[in-house]
Design a binder for this molecule. Structure first.
Ligand code: OGA
Ligand code: NI
Length: 345
């Protein structure tokens, strides 16, 4: 519990254990102009579906990242969600102590930095609240009891955010030419909520809130609030994801890259800190259940485009992914098929 950044950071210099090696430091944080993450108007799908499909597909192929507006989640639900999560992190430590855990298997937990504070070489400027959202009626009993409206507000956000995810998946299904409803059941059954809290940082040039990574799941829907911090790696440079009012940030995860047989991109991203204000983000990580089989969709592969990955259980992938944290391509390695083997299968 003492390890939470929000517990001790006040007025202290950046401890040495938070300084990243020079090659991963963000350095001076000028947000490059030029390339920006596409913004897709999801409401347009009602009038011009084929154009919306094209926009979502292009963004997923080129960037692996985009923002959506007119997505159907009301401003009130978005504001309530951000407010209740910010309130959670602002509560006195005693109120949160029972949720703190360094056991990654705990289904609802408050922790800090990254996957394993005890074994990591250096730490990250972040506190995290993470819990399952499926099956909702079972999970909700384990969610924080304070703030008192947490469960109500987050129930609504998780249900409505998931709908946005499924809408985007259905647009991608059509865009890729998969059979309708391809992602609807098993592949998108489960969901995790991860709330990230990045307190103001004494030296944002030397540390990161979250290291470079790709998400392991199918698709992620993120409410990032009003503060810059999320960056996407594209064509050799980091692009800032501009905070837009009432937008949700969407990114393709490794599962979707694999199912699409590399037609969609799972982009590397990271979070930088800032010295002025705390930044809070709320992510919904849609995935299959851990026992589901993941493999390239059969209808996307043929002799000319052989499957690039073997079939595997999602839990097998997750355990390897977490052991390889930070190295995106290495995490995929044991699941890739050698080219000639792909041709035969
Ligand atoms: C994540 C993530 C980005 C952010 O939680 O996987 O990429 O800006 N978060 O908090
Ligand atoms: Ni991420």
């Amino acid at each position: 519990m003492e390890r939470l950044v929000s517990n001790w950071y006040n007025h202290r210099a950046l401890p040495e254990s938070y300084i990243c090696p020079p090659e991963t430091r963000p350095g001076k944080l000028s947000i490059p102009s030029g390339d920006t993450i596409p913004v897709v108007n999801l409401g347009e799908a009602l009038i011009n579906r084929s154009n919306t499909i094209l926009n979502v597909l292009r963004a997923s192929q080129e960037f692996g990242f985009f923002q959506v507006v007119n997505h159907g989640v009301s401003e009130k639900v978005l504001n309530d969600t951000m407010n209740v999560v910010e309130e959670f992190f602002k509560m006195p430590m005693e109120e949160k102590a029972s949720l703190y855990s360094e056991d990654p298997n705990k289904v609802c937990r408050l922790y800090t930095s990254n996957i394993n504070y005890g074994t990591e070489k250096y730490h990250f400027w972040r506190d995290i609240l993470k819990h399952h959202c499926h099956p909702l009626d079972d999970c909700i009993k384990l969610w924080p009891q304070k703030p008192t409206r947490y469960r109500d507000v987050i129930r609504t956000f998780s249900v409505e955010g998931k709908k946005v995810g499924l809408t985007i998946l259905e647009l991608l299904t059509e865009g890729l030419g998969l059979e309708s409803g391809y992602f609807k059941k098993d592949l998108s059954e489960a969901m995790l909520l991860v709330a990230n809290h990045y307190p103001p940082c004494p030296d944002p040039s030397l540390t990161l809130g979250l290291p470079k990574h790709c998400d392991p799941n199918l698709i992620t829907i993120l409410l990032q609030g009003h503060t810059f911090g999320l960056q996407v790696f594209k064509d050799g440079q980091w692009i800032g994801v501009q905070p837009l009012p009432n937008a949700l940030v969407v990114n393709i995860g490794h599962q979707l890259r694999i199912v699409s047989n590399n037609k969609l991109k799972s982009a590397e991203h990271r979070a930088v800190t800032n010295s002025k204000v705390a930044r809070t983000t709320v992510g919904l990580f849609i995935s299959s259940s851990e026992d589901s089989i993941i493999e390239p969709a059969k209808s996307l592969t043929n002799a000319a485009q052989p499957p690039l990955y073997r079939a595997f259980r999602y839990k097998e992938f997750l355990s390897y992914y977490f052991s390889m944290m930070g190295d995106t391509e290495l995490a995929l390695q044991p699941f890739k098929l050698p080219f000639n083997q792909s041709v035969i299968s």
